[in-house]
Design a protein around this ligand. Structure first.
Ligand SMILES: CC(C)(COP(=O)(O)OP(=O)(O)OC[C@H]1O[C@@H](n2cnc3c(N)ncnc32)[C@H](O)[C@@H]1OP(=O)(O)O)[C@@H](O)C(=O)NCCC(=O)NCCS
Length: 273
């Protein structure tokens, strides 16, 4: 277990401290529990389906995720998936673990990555087709990997159709996306030629603007998932800590000004036109 984790962490370029801390979790008592979780994840490789997490400890979760990577790699090879897609898909673990950690990223997302339920194809990430508010569609994600270049996005969508088509799904053509990046309120702040607004114009919103209602039921106290998403993805800190932030870009100024005026950001769902 230890050797596998160290080797995978080295390949992924994870910070040594992160891995050393996680390895500190391993004892003769805990190692079989981690091995059992790896086995559960391995059984899901190729499906991306949810796997229960019996232990709510980030170190346990990190070890199990890294321990599953060899099985994911073997699956990519057996499926004859393009090396670049295989490598880039697993490489999503690196910035998420390094910059956010397991809990802040969400262990279910990381498990989806290691069970090959999400593929990085060029600039964007895609899940195999599933029912959505817009019918059967590929779910689209926007990783934080440089500017959202329009030509790179065009290429990603086209390659995704070819990729899933070659894997047997040539009937689905629809893409959906749920993100704070689709919040149409951003248009009041960003220039029309910005990459974010360019990306928005590709999509027709299919939800209502109240769909990301204040998440009081989740104890979020009047704030929205969109508010928490911008705090996490743009400011990398909890929403409650944004008052101390000095904005460094048009987007950051916009996000803070909107919140300071008592309004909220929303996660919206759109379907690619
Ligand atoms: C989506 C993303 C790639 C867009 O970046 P981009 O291509 O540079 O975006 P735009 O061209 O629209 O940028 C418009 C303005 O916003 C700023 N901006 C964009 N992304 C920023 C970020 N992550 N942090 C700070 N400012 C940002 C730009 O600097 C620019 O402002 P400026 O003219 O004052 O420099 C980027 O915002 C990002 O990586 N976000 C995190 C990932 C994410 O949120 N994914 C969705 C999860 S649901």
């Amino acid at each position: 277990m230890r050797d596998t984790v160290l080797s995978v962490a080295g390949d992924l370029g994870l910070p040594a401290a992160l891995v050393t801390d996680a390895l500190g979790y391993l004892t003769p008592e805990t190692e079989p529990l981690v091995a059992a979780q790896v086995a559960a994840l391995e059984a899901a490789v190729g499906t991306g389906r949810d796997v229960p997490w019996p232990i709510d400890d980030e170190r346990f979760q990190l070890l199990a995720l890294l321990g599953t990577v060899p099985a994911a790699r073997a699956w990519f090879t057996a499926q004859r998936i393009d090396d670049g897609i295989a490598r880039d898909s697993l490489a999503d673990l690196t910035p998420k673990l390094r910059d956010y950690g397991v809990a802040a990223t969400g262990v279910d997302w990381l498990a989806k990555v290691v069970t090959c339920g999400v593929f990085t194809i060029g600039r964007l990430q895609f899940e195999p087709a599933a029912p959505s508010p817009a019918g059967r569609a590929f779910n689209t994600h926007i990783p934080e990997s440089g500017p959202l270049d329009p030509a790179a996005c065009d290429a990603s969508f086209a390659r995704a159709l070819a990729f899933f088509g070659a894997r047997g799904d040539s009937t689905t053509r629809a893409f959906v996306c749920s993100s704070w990046l689709l919040d149409d309120q951003l248009a009041a702040y960003l220039p029309a030629e910005s990459n974010i607004l360019n990306f928005q114009r590709r999509f027709t919103l299919v939800d209502s603007e109240t769909s990301d209602a204040p998440a009081r039921l989740e104890g979020l106290d009047g704030t929205t998932h969109g508010d928490h998403a911008v705090a996490k993805f743009i400011f990398r800190r909890p929403l409650a800590e944004l008052s101390a932030v000095e904005p460094r870009s048009t987007l950051e100024r916009a996000l803070l000004e909107h919140l300071a005026s008592g309004r909220h950001w929303r996660e919206r769902t759109g379907v690619l036109r």
